[in-house]
Ligand binder design. Structure first.
Ligand code: SF4
Length: 91
């Protein structure tokens, strides 16, 4: 593991069913009528994003995307976690 994880979506396989929008827990996915699927190169239908991983405090191996941990900590703060505890868990 190198401390990053790359996420990839191939839009050529999307059938516009809307399931991803339906199940997205953060409402980050929103389908619309505005899109363009005509490309000269099929490789242009790949969407990629690379996320930095946080390392475990115990074994020091990368274990989860930093963004995912930050989102989880924010949810725990909303549920009553103190700011001090949140800061420890973010690093
Ligand atoms: S779940 Fe989302 S990405 Fe997958 S086929 Fe349906 S609309 Fe496309």
């Amino acid at each position: 593991m190198n401390g990053t994880r790359t996420w990839q979506l191939f839009l050529g396989r999307c059938i516009f069913c809307g399931r991803c929008e339906e199940v997205c827990p953060t409402r980050a996915i929103v389908l619309s009528q505005e899109f363009e699927m005509a490309v000269a190169n099929k490789a242009d239908l790949f969407q990629r994003a690379t996320f930095r991983l946080l390392a475990c405090h115990e074994c020091h191996r990368p274990f989860a995307p930093e963004k995912g941990v930050a989102y989880t900590v924010a949810l725990l703060q909303q549920a009553g976690m103190s700011s001090e505890d949140a800061q420890i868990r973010r690093t």
